[in-house]
Ligand binder design. Structure first.
Ligand SMILES: [Zn+2]
Length: 468
């Protein structure tokens, strides 16, 4: 009996030792760029109704996150994502550098394109390690995928270190193993990279569509990265056909971000959308590749265009992209549970980097379409402002559409794809908001995510979930 107990105790100790390094073998970190609390609520009502639930709503652990940066009450995506990825609060526009780093000029190339300057070798801060780099150093596979340009601030904060987020040509070079400017902390390279902005990886070529948007240094980073063993994809078909036992880079837009989901799925689709995968499809492909590594993986998934639609005060595209992002969360949950049914080995975190100025007006009736003019809960009749004009439930604190004199709005106008919600202050582009954002978590190590947390604390919790 005593021996049996001892054996059982030893077995438990051994099991605990196996887990002592942390609970999560895999982490998937979802970032809805600019997906503030009111955007989440509006998207929920848009797709599932007031009493419905987004997939992210169903995750059992939640927290609120403070997003201020080192020098600003309202952050941009560079220091806020970098805070999640490094645990360091840095200045606006700076990516994964120490707090003392000052944002510097991103530099211009010979064709006038911004973005060729790395940080000075000395005198302006130092690189700080990212959770992606730490995972890589522990033998895990790592990936960073987005609907924006791959070199945009959010994905860049996972795999690069730079003094200005707009130095996108330099950021691209940091991702190419062995090349000039490579970020050697990535060891043999990020295992999965996806997004848009192929121009940052290809040379200037007057005969191609990207023309002057290509690299002035003449390098073809896609040829270079292919020589390092990567499959290079330009379309959804390329992605689906790619082997899962090789590193992968998929750049699905020649010179910009991926299309908004509303345009990608339109008939016919708009721009390059017809050949672009959904974020959910990108997520499951990335998991197929990363899960080949028996040490586990880190994957960052960004719904990056939520932010762009909000800057434009085009709520319809913002909500549609939020739903596409939420569908990617569902796809990841379903796929992870195929091999890890209780998520005992996999931590999934869903959050945003900052808020926007989207707000709800009036006392709209349950079931009134969220993008429509406000109709009152008592009688369902259009709500009127002090001058007797209708107004939409959703508006923004600032942005381009601030009429000097408000007029009556009808449903056909405000429900159109290209309608821009009205704003309080007139600015050419709506700004971020400084309010706290939400965080949802499930799986291994999720129970630590609770209360009101500084964004830098999220890094600490990710790290301890891994046991680093
Ligand atoms: Zn933004």
């Amino acid at each position: 009996m005593k021996r049996t107990l001892l054996a059982a105790t030893l077995a438990m100790t051994f099991a605990n030792a196996a887990n002592a390094a942390g609970e999560a073998k895999n982490i998937i970190f979802f970032l809805g760029d600019g997906m503030g609390p009111s955007t989440i609520t509006a998207s929920r009502i848009f797709k599932y109704g007031e009493d419905g639930s987004l997939n992210m709503d169903k995750l059992e652990r939640t927290a609120r996150i403070k997003t201020y940066s080192n020098d600003a009450q309202t952050t941009d995506s560079a220091p806020s994502m970098a805070a999640y990825m490094t645990g360091v609060k840095m200045n606006n526009e700076v990516i994964s550098m120490s707090a003392d780093t000052v944002a510097t000029n991103p530099g211009k190339d010979a064709n006038g394109n911004l973005g060729i300057n790395n940080c000075a070798a000395t005198g302006n801060g130092t690189s700080v390690p990212t959770i992606l780099e730490l995972a890589k150093s522990k033998g895990k596979a790592v990936g960073s995928i987005t609907t924006t340009e791959l070199t945009h601030a959010t994905p860049a904060a996972t795999f690069s270190h730079i003094c200005n987020r707009n130095a996108q040509y330099a950021i691209a070079a940091q991702a190419v193993p062995g090349g000039a400017g490579y970020n050697s902390a990535l060891l043999d390279g990020v295992d999965v990279l996806m997004g848009g902005g192929r121009n940052h990886f290809l040379p200037y070529d007057a005969t191609t569509s990207i023309g002057k948007l290509g690299r002035a240094d003449g390098r073809n980073l896609l040829t270079e990265i292919a020589a390092k063993g990567y499959t290079v994809a330009a379309t959804k078909a390329d992605m689906l056909a790619a082997p899962t036992n090789k590193k992968f880079i998929g750049l699905y837009s020649s010179k910009s971000h991926l299309e908004y989901e509303l345009d990608r799925t339109a008939t016919p689709s708009v721009g390059e959308g017809a050949n672009q995968p959904s974020l959910a499809e990108m997520t499951t492909k990335a998991m197929d590749i990363l899960s080949q590594n028996s040490n586990g993986y880190f994957l960052m998934v960004e719904g990056g265009r939520i932010d762009h639609a909000l800057h434009g005060t085009n709520a319809k595209r913002a909500l549609t992209d939020t739903i596409a992002f939420d569908d990617a969360v569902k796809a990841a949950l379903d796929k992870a549970k195929l091999t890890d049914p209780t998520l005992a080995n996999t931590l999934i975190v869903v959050t945003a980097d900052h808020d926007h100025t989207l707000a709800f007006n009036g006392y709209g009736k349950r079931g009134n379409p969220i993008l429509d003019i406000n109709r009152g809960y008592r009688d369902g009749k259009p709500s009127l402002d002090a001058d007797g004009n209708t107004y939409t439930t959703l508006v923004f604190g600032n942005g381009p559409n601030r009429p000097n004199l408000r007029t009556n709005l009808d449903s056909a106008t405000v429900l159109a794809d290209n309608y821009l919600q009205e704003t309080g202050v007139r600015l050419a582009s709506e700004t971020h908001g400084g309010g706290d954002v939400k965080l949802f978590a499930t799986g291994a190590g999720a129970k630590s995510f609770k209360g009101t947390l500084d964004n830098t604390k999220v890094f600490t919790l990710l790290k301890s979930a891994y046991g680093f």
